[in-house]
Design a protein. Structure first.
Length: 488
């Protein structure tokens, strides 16, 4: 596409360029620039792309998009007010507006996004749909896996990914949508068909500052479904009827609304919930039929995730019989209430629970089946919301017999200072402080007896630990297995 044609989509009258090169790619990382690239200067938290404009020119860039005039360049420099906003527009156009041809489902909420998106993906696969998935763990295009830096990538990466999905004949895409991505406009240009809300509890207040601002950011997904009513392109908001925030989101969206829940009346409900040795059994009530189901996942929070996925799938036109067939097969998701089995006579569970609400949900579920003591190994990430640290400690003390406070990803903070913040919430209570996460896991497993349950919380699927400015290999599951084998 020629530069001038691409720029017309920005609708900024002040843009004038003499040269009109063919743009072969759009890049925001100067290291990715090649001959014919349009390099977009993005001002980040630590790095300013404007400082790399000259390097981009040397690498073959045909033009630069910037927020200020840049001297000493021989290629066109287009100045706009907001390069991130412009990037979303240009990426969508350059890659042929791929989400217009995909059935796109977005899932937002504090907890349950990863599990819910994976359940939806499995249901769609059962319905013989070729799927794509974007989330915390990876990007998946049909059967191909790619690594991901953020839960929801930048708009440029998103549109490029959706183009790849379309080229590989993906028909349905499912995406985790974070509050950061919504607030920063990363999903601008994404044409969602279905938007799903899981729940809202304290998280990311280091960024959003208040719960009201955090809630507002989540609500943008539903507001951005648009105001158009089109019989061939119906927009549907799937909301949790048991969450107070859903009432606000109903006001924010013009889309058709489908609700799900357990406690409050909803379109899709779970009743008669019972935990069994095989998983969780409940009566699934929907507008198109009622059926008793048994899922191979434990806990009320798992039922909510399934209900959200069922609702999104019904909204996407999948038959109820196909949905039930799929949800009864699903074993679970990596790092989400994942059992670690090494032949031991006690239970070890790895879970991503890193918010007060998610930790409480997991521990409440464990208390329902634990025969012996409950150990809870938990920490809090550095350079993140400090106000949740004493709350996490309180919940660990309340619901476990042996709380062990340890490091998560301390990043630039002193691990012991993070633990002191946690201790502030449980003065005078019983707990252990073991700063080294590996030592904490080995300690609990060495102490565990038959019938005990050990929860290793906070990191889930992660295979690394960030200490200072270094990233080390660290996998809770693998460390637990090493400790189990040593204890034998």
């Amino acid at each position: 596409m020629k530069l001038k044609e691409l720029l017309t989509f920005l609708h900024e009258t002040s843009i004038e360029v003499k040269d009109n090169p063919i743009i072969t790619s759009i890049e925001m990382d100067s290291r990715e620039v090649k001959d014919g690239s349009l390099f977009i200067c993005i001002k980040g938290y630590t790095v300013d792309g404007h400082d790399y404009a000259k390097k981009a020119q040397e690498s073959g860039a045909a033009a630069i998009l910037a927020e200020r005039q840049l001297e000493g360049l021989a290629i066109p420099v287009i100045v706009v007010k907001d390069t991130k906003r412009a990037m979303a527009v240009l990426a969508d156009i350059f890659y042929g507006q791929p989400t217009h041809d995909l059935h796109l489902i977005g899932v937002t909420g504090t907890n349950g996004k990863t599990t819910t998106t994976h359940i939806i993906e499995k249901i769609l696969n059962e319905a013989n749909k070729t799927t794509g998935l974007i989330g915390t763990m990876y990007i998946k295009i049909a059967e191909e896996l790619k690594s991901v830096r953020n839960t929801t990538p930048e708009s440029l990466t998103l549109q490029k990914t959706f183009r790849e999905m379309k080229d590989k004949e993906v028909s349905h895409a499912v995406m985790e949508v974070s509050s950061h991505a919504l607030h920063l406009g990363r999903i601008h240009g994404c044409d969602f068909n279905v938007a799903v809300f899981t729940n809202l509890s304290q998280d990311h207040l280091d960024y959003h500052k208040t719960m009201e601002a955090y809630k507002y950011a989540k609500g943008l997904l539903f507001a951005q479904l648009g105001n158009r009513y089109d019989h061939d392109h119906i927009k549907i908001a799937v909301l949790n009827a048991d969450e107070e925030a859903s009432e606000e989101f109903k006001k924010m969206t013009a889309a058709k609304i489908i609700t799900y829940g357990i406690d409050n009346n909803a379109d899709i409900m779970a009743k008669e919930i019972k935990m069994t040795s095989k998983g969780t059994e409940f009566e699934l009530i929907t507008p198109v039929g009622t059926k008793k189901v048994i899922i191979k996942m434990l806990g009320k929070f798992s039922v909510y995730n399934v209900l959200a996925a069922v609702s999104a799938s019904l909204a996407s036109g999948v038959e109820l019989t196909t949905i039930i067939k799929a949800i009864e097969k699903i074993e679970g998701v990596r790092g989400r209430f994942e059992l670690v089995t090494g032949g031991q006579d006690y239970t070890v569970i790895v879970d991503y629970a890193h918010t007060p609400d998610s930790l409480e949900n997991v521990l409440q579920t464990i208390k329902q089946f634990a025969e012996g003591k409950v150990y809870c190994i938990v920490g809090c990430g550095g350079d993140r919301d400090k106000t949740k640290r004493p709350l996490m400690a309180k919940i660990a003390v309340k619901y476990s017999d042996e709380p062990i406070f340890t490091s998560d990803n301390p990043r630039s903070e002193d691990p012991m200072m993070i633990l002191k913040d946690m201790e502030a919430g449980v003065t005078g209570e019983h707990y252990q402080l073991i700063s080294n996460r590996e030592e904490a896991i080995f300690f609990a497993i060495d102490k565990a007896k038959k019938g005990d349950v050990i929860l290793i919380a906070g990191k889930g699927h992660e295979t690394y630990q960030i200490i200072g400015n270094q990233t080390f290999d660290f996998d809770d599951k693998e460390v637990a297995l090493q400790a189990i084998n040593k204890s034998k």
